[in-house]
Each structure stands twice: as C-alpha cells, then as structure tokens.
Design a protein around this ligand. Structure first.
Ligand code: DX5
Ligand code: ZN
Length: 218
C-alpha cells in the first residue's frame, strides 16, 4: 500500500471547543466535516457559516461530507469557502458527473459517497470524474456505530476495478473505523480512513491517528 490518509471526523469533537479540538489532531491528513440536513439522514449538524469558521481556524485541510438532499444547491458553496474536498451522495444527486465537474472547476477535490446498500458498479465508467469515492461502512447519520463488514466485498470490487483501469481515485471508508476494523478496510483496498470516536474518544487523538496509520499500512 502506498499512502494512508487518516481523516478524523469532528462529529465526535466537542463543538464548544472547536479550536482546541482542531489543535489536538494536527497530525491528521484532513479534517472530516459531516454535514447533515435531517432529510437525507435523520440528523442535523451545521452549515456553510460554521464550516467557513472551521476552515479559517484549522491548520489541516477540510474534507466535507455532505449527507444532504439537493447537493447541487450546496456543494459548490463548500468548495468556494475553501474545502479541499467535497463529497456528496450518489443517492441524492441528479447529475453526479456534472456536479463533480463544477466542484473541480472551483478547485476542490470531487468526491462521491455510497450508502452500504447502494451498488457501486454504476460508477465504474465514470471513475475518473471523481477524486475520491467514499464507501460508507455504517448507515450515514450518526457517529459511534458499528462497522459493517458486509460492505467489504463492494469496496474490494471497486478497488480491483480502479486498479484495472489504472485510476488514481482515492478510496475512502467512513463509519466504525478503529484499531480493530481498519486493517480489513485497508486490506479490501481503502487508502483514506475517516474515524470519529476512535480519534476523539482517545486520551491523545494524535497518538490514536498514528496508531491507526500504522495498523492500516501493515
Ligand atoms: C456518519 C458520519 C461519520 C461519523 C463517523 O454518518 O459520516 O463521518 O462521524 O464516526 P465514527 O468513526 O464514530 O463511526
Ligand atoms: Zn462522514
């Protein structure tokens, strides 16, 4: 395996002390920011104003994960405020390729996410329209859920196909990633790992990030 990226999810951080929480994950590759609208998922987080402040404050670039309906309405706004990557859900988008092209034109990495039950084969012919593909390893909506090992065959199928096509797309997993689950996701082909509770629930988040990185690279 070449690069391993660890993206802590601030969904598990203390929202009242965001600046201090961001300082605790200085060793992260990206800060994962979960946007939920209480329509696409049954939970609500925050919007562009909050993310703009996090962007101003964070020394680490932002990886925005939109769990929202009508991503066409909002995704470009996150790219414009400076997020390094913006990922929207395949299930919510009307024209995923067109939206990815808009995000790239603004200068962000374009990502597409699939829920655990969503087939991946439909993306095979358009892999290069995206910079990263997120295979959800829990049902989106909440942190602290258990990793779903039944999503691994889909990830492996995707990583085999990406390799076959010589694609440089990053393969991301999100949900229930910890010291005990990260190795199987890495083995199935993931190179980018979102972890919320496993990082912010640790006594020292930066040590937890290093440990996850080491286990994934093994
Ligand atoms: C879930 C979010 C995840 C979540 C991960 O819907 O997309 O990013 O924060 O949290 P953990 O690592 O605790 O499962
Ligand atoms: Zn997420």
């Amino acid at each position: 395996m070449s690069a391993v990226r660890i993206n802590p999810s601030i969904l598990a951080a203390d929202f009242a002390n965001m600046q201090a929480e961001l300082a605790r994950i200085a060793g992260a590759d990206f800060v994962h920011v979960d946007i939920m609208d209480n329509h696409f998922v049954p939970n609500l987080t925050f919007g562009p104003q909050m993310v703009a402040r996090i962007q101003d404050t964070s020394p680490v670039p932002l990886d925005v994960h939109l769990m929202i309906d009508q991503p066409e309405r909002w995704a470009p706004e996150y790219a414009e405020l400076g997020a390094a990557s913006v990922t929207f859900h395949l299930e919510a988008a009307t024209d995923p390729v067109a939206l990815a092209r808009r995000l790239r034109a603004i200068g962000a990495r374009a990502g597409i996410a699939v829920k655990p039950a969503t087939p991946i084969e439909g993306l095979f012919d358009v892999l290069d329209e995206f910079d990263q593909i997120l295979v959800m390893t829990v049902e989106p909506g909440f942190g602290g859920q258990s990793f779903m090992p039944e999503t691994m065959p889909k990830l492996r199928l995707l990583s085999d196909e990406a390799r076959r096509r010589g694609s440089a797309v990053w393969l991301q997993v999100d949900g229930g990633i910890s010291e005990s689950t990260i190795a199987q996701a890495a083995e199935a082909g993931a190179d980018t790992f979102v972890a919320g509770s496993a990082v912010f629930g640790a006594a020292d988040p930066d040590t937890a990030i290093s440990a996850l990185r080491t286990t994934a690279a093994r």
